[in-house]
Design a protein around this ligand. Sequence first.
Ligand code: CO8
Length: 262
Amino acid sequence: APAYKHILIEKKGEVGNVGLITLNRPKALNALCDALMQEVQQALEDFDSDPSIGAIVLTGSEKAFAAGADIKDMQNKGFIDCFGGNFLSTSWDSVSKVKKPTIAAVNGYALGGGCEVAMMCDIILAGEKAKFGQPEIIIGTIPGAGGTQRLVKAIGKSRAMQMCLTGDMITAQQANAWGLVSSVHPPDQLLDEAIRLGEKISQHSKVIVAMCKESVNNSFELPLSEGLHFEKRLFHCTFATKDRREGMTAFVEKRKPNFTDS
Ligand code: CO8
């Protein structure tokens, strides 16, 4: 495995089928500098192509999931530096391109780019003390990785507007009530909960899970009639797999399915 400086990589779960990426830049509250995001990209790609892994958990520390893009890196940049170098594009986009399910386990601060990276994941679980926010407005900029887009779809326009325009943080309880996260857990149990969820998903056929994720994600991209058409075609495609036959045969024979990811 590559030697990482800003992240930790482990395989978790009883049979090691959940990939865990821990952001580990404690002195900067896991601020997402370029080097860190490039490591995240590499780790995601490695887990995505590892046949033993069925789901990926992304987490930080109890104090911070991530306090945003690195403000010290951005402080002295000009427009041409950003535009010309396509600042914060490739490695950030990689988080939403993973084929396997991704789960963000958020304790502490998920601010700015930190909130945006969490929203790029398929499922967010929060610790009781988690705080979510898009504080870019306070430092004279706007969200740049989904804060004005994914957040609206997650919690609605009025709430997203208020968060983006004030920069105020919301609590885990608020995030839960608004549907930004799936559930809230005691901070010391959050990671285990996320790994258990990853294990549950990993029991299923990986090829079918990937199709299911792709279809749900397309609901954000396509008008309903196109989305339904795409879903139907992928549903038909599941009948081209051995795992679809195995799943239904196991049900009829009243036994557990033995998926082969084929
Ligand atoms: N960037 C760089 N360093 C940071 C960041 C950050 N985002 N956040 C915290 N740090 C550093 C602090 O500078 C400090 O370092 P030092 O000790 O060397 O001064 C250390 O982490 C600890 O931070 P604090 O002392 O501030 O800790 P507190 O517990 O007092 O406060 C807060 C915690 C409230 C989280 C506070 O640190 C804070 O407000 N941080 C900034 C939050 C923020 O504004 N985030 C948004 C950044 S902008 C952004 O994310 C744009 C995303 C665009 C993405 C585009 C992709 C294409």
